[in-house]
Design a binder for this molecule. Structure first.
Ligand SMILES: [Zn+2]
Length: 98
């Protein structure tokens, strides 16, 4: 997993970031209506991020979360628009580099 993260950090040109992963127990997190959780907590000042997950991580999910690091949400966009953008970018990168 470490290797996959390092590989995508370099593709996405976010090598300066320190990305770690943290598995959490199911139920430790507030779920909307999903039955699993993968999410990222970012600190843009320190350039560190933690990917939290209660299911096994897989490459597409890692790319998605790392894109949340590369692209900060623009103030004029809604969360849904931002998610849509990140999902679109994830597919683009998977097609090109996956
Ligand atoms: Zn997302």
């Amino acid at each position: 997993m470490e290797k996959i993260i390092e590989n995508w950090k370099s593709i996405l040109q976010i090598e300066d970031w320190e990305i770690t992963t943290q598995s959490v127990k199911p139920g430790q997190i507030d779920y909307d209506d999903q039955d699993y959780f993968i999410g990222i907590e970012r600190n843009f000042k320190n350039q560190t991020a933690i990917i939290y997950h209660d299911v096994d991580l897989y490459e597409k999910a890692i790319i998605h979360e790392l894109l949340h690091v590369k692209h900060e949400q623009l103030p004029e966009t809604t969360f849904e628009e931002y998610e849509e953008f990140i999902c679109m970018k994830t597919d683009e990168y998977l097609l090109e580099f996956g």
